[in-house]
Design a protein around this ligand. Structure first.
Ligand code: HEC
Ligand code: HEC
Ligand code: HEC
Ligand code: HEC
Length: 319
């Protein structure tokens, strides 16, 4: 059933308790290499990259405790605990310590900067006043929103395209860059915001949960552009792909796909129609292959981990 897969349920807390203790010994570096490198090594989803000072300079100002808390609870596109929910708070903290230590200037970037600013301040002011000022030198930065460059021209990648700030999302047809802005007919088209208003919401892309919109009958798309009578051949077959490591297993549902797509959209060019015959990996998905041919382009993007990784591992299924 869709609803069960969709209930993007949290892994139970018991899971955390069961796993935390033995794994504590794992060093921050090791945890990073197995659980965090996918994003922090590549910068995908705009994750701050390991060892790249510019990516961290604003963040380090929050201090280790806040960074750790955000890593545990998740922040924006960073999923809670990077998706590895079995990690304990202490293990996350160990990774954060490791990440900070990789920054140029011995991870003391956060500390070093204010100190040197302090030194300058001290020179300008009387020496006596200097020590007091040290605490204040983490001077208020310019509002991040103010200096964020507006997305312009070709976006860096499709994932970013789907993560437009709210003001850039669902623009009217005359400004969406897809329709001919000079045509009168374009101006007559309905504004997406109006059309999407009553639709079930999602967290990504154009903020519409299209699967729910279809299943609730809110939309009734035509299966074939030319032949109005043609209906899809819906195949209700789930393929569970066991995932090595800690991410929940992937459930690939034929139903939700074949309601929109033809078998030939995937078979045989993208996937051999045989369970387990395809070597699917997150890396190739992120590169726009396999599931990534559509997800992140015309279907919900890769940031929605739980929509695909929807089945908790069987060993914890008993709860
Ligand atoms: C699925 C990709 C992904 C994974 C996996 C991931 N991160 Fe992140 N992380 C992000 C993104 C994206 C951000 C930037 C979030 C934002 O907009 O502030 C981020 C930000 C952070 C930050 C900075 C938080 C802040 O307040 O600025 C820390 C610390 C962090 N991650 C730690 C970790 C740790 C530790 C792991 C592994 C256990 C991990 N991440 C795994 C994507 C990921
Ligand atoms: C969006 C892509 C997509 C579409 C569309 C699609 N499939 Fe599949 N199909 C898959 C994937 C992914 C697998 C799993 C392959 C694997 O496990 O390596 C699969 C597996 C299969 C299998 C193998 C099942 C088994 O147990 O070995 C059959 C049969 C199949 N598909 C038939 C169909 C038919 C018939 C249609 C059209 C009604 C269809 N598929 C449409 C992606 C798709
Ligand atoms: C040919 C294009 C295509 C490919 C390839 C494809 N998908 Fe999809 N997928 C879609 C579309 C279109 C939807 C429905 C629209 C949406 O949810 O954004 C969808 C929906 C889904 C859903 C349903 C989510 C829900 O809300 O119920 C899941 C899960 C999913 N895809 C997983 C996968 C996985 C896993 C793969 C790779 C094995 C894959 N898809 C490959 C196009 C594709
Ligand atoms: C469109 C569906 C989809 C989404 C969204 C998705 N994954 Fe995956 N993921 C897969 C598939 C399919 C596999 C391969 C499973 C297998 O081994 O057969 C996979 C595998 C993985 C693996 C195992 C190692 C590997 O590279 O194969 C990890 C770790 C992983 N995903 C993390 C994530 C994280 C973190 C997110 C969210 C940022 C995410 N995935 C979002 C479909 C998805």
């Amino acid at each position: 059933m869709r609803s069960t897969q969709l209930s993007i349920s949290c892994l139970s807390l018991t899971l955390l308790l069961a796993w935390a203790a033995p794994a504590l010994a794992e060093s921050g570096a090791e945890t990073y290499r197995t659980k965090c490198i996918q994003c922090h090594g590549t910068g995908v989803l705009n994750a701050p990259k390991l060892g790249v000072a510019a990516d961290w300079v604003e963040r380090t100002k929050k201090g280790k405790a806040v960074l750790t808390r955000n890593a545990i609870n998740g922040i924006n596109q960073m999923p809670p605990k990077g998706g590895s929910l079995q990690l304990s708070g202490a293990e996350i903290e160990a990774v954060v310590v490791y990440m900070l230590a990789q920054l140029p200037g011995d991870g003391a970037a956060a500390k070093a900067k204010p100190v040197s600013t302090a030194a300058k301040t001290a020179k300008a002011d009387s020496a006596a006043a200097a020590p007091k000022r040290v605490a204040e030198v983490a001077k208020p930065k310019p509002k991040p929103s103010a200096k964020k460059p507006k997305p312009r021209g070709k976006p860096v990648n499709t994932f970013n395209r789907l993560m437009r700030p709210p003001s850039q999302r669902n623009l009217p047809p005359t400004r969406d860059g897809i329709h001919d802005a000079s045509s009168v007919e374009t101006a007559a088209l309905q504004h997406p915001k109006e059309a999407f208003g009553p639709m079930p919401k999602s967290n990504s892309g154009n903020r519409v949960d299209w699967v729910a919109a279809l299943s609730k009958g809110i939309i009734d798309p035509r299966f074939d552009l030319e032949d109005d009578t043609k209906k899809p051949i819906v195949l209700d077959l789930n393929i569970v792909r066991e995932v090595k490591g800690s991410m929940p297993d992937v459930v690939y549902p034929h139903k939700q796909h074949t309601e929109w797509l033809d078998c030939s959209n995937c078979h045989p060019s993208i996937f051999i129609p045989k369970k387990g015959a395809n070597n699917i990996s997150m890396a190739s998905i992120l590169l726009g292959q396999q599931c990534g041919v559509c997800h992140g382009r015309v279907a919900f993007p890769v940031s929605e981990c739980r929509k695909c990784h929807s089945k908790n591992k069987s060993k914890v299924a008993k709860k």
